[in-house]
Design a protein around this ligand. Sequence first.
Ligand code: PPS
Length: 285
Amino acid sequence: MMSDYNWFEGIPFPAISYQREILEDIRNRFVVKEEDLLILTYPKSGTNWLVEIVCLIQTKGDPKWIQTVPNWDRSPWIETDIGYPALINKEGPRLISSHLPIHLFSKSFFSSKAKAIYLIRNPRDILVSGYFFYGNTNIVKNPGSFGTYFEWFLKGNVIYGSWFEHVRGWLSMREWDNFLVLYYEDLKKDPKGTIKKICDFLGKNLGPDELDLVFKYSSFQAMKENNMSNFSLITEDRVTNGLKLMRKGTTGDWKNHFTVAQAEAFDKVFQEKMAGFPPGMFPWE
Ligand code: PPS
């Protein structure tokens, strides 16, 4: 059923761009440096939005970098066959993006002082985002229908495995000083406040005008128009039908796609799998 994936330690990875040797190397040999910044997410959580914000914070709002260098070169995806060698050869402080679950991530991180930001999004919106994004590509097995994808997602039979396990795993680090947990929903509700929070975590002191520039150039519309950020440079010979990253960029779109029965089934699984977290842990509840 799921034979179109690259399996590693019981987790399905996309059918293209992933190799077992690289995944093993990341976990056992890759050295995270103290000055690196990790951007950690389950897929479709708003990773590239966070990458954009962090890049703009680094340039104090100057858009030159984000408008001339593709996002995957600014913050390479460690687990891909392009990102891994790029990171190995990169000098100086690195931005590193990853969708890996905690148990597959580089062991060296857990004894380093490198900072990491873990971005969480309502898994219902992630499900919808992923369904439309991967839809008819050669990255995943085609589910054929929304209902089938819904079932796969709840069971964790999707790339990178279960959202519930991913979030539970990484949240175990939430009390660490070098680990910041953010929510897509907060970025939507209070972008400037959340950008400020990221600056504080990174020890970057930006003035009000610089913060305004970060906000302006990381907006949905600005990113949609920026070919270095919207994935339009990924050609259809590499990914069937191409990839449209900037779809809607909203919260609660799941309500337009879930049936009442699906919403109830999702709630039930969510409550079972995420039991034990303090009230208010997830802002969409
Ligand atoms: S990926 O492919 O896993 O790396 O995708 P990821 O970047 O994690 O998530 C893609 C979703 O994030 C939305 N997005 C944004 N929303 C609001 N504002 C900005 N600036 C922004 N940039 C990206 C993007 O639209 C995807 O969500 P959906 O719901 O599909 O629109």
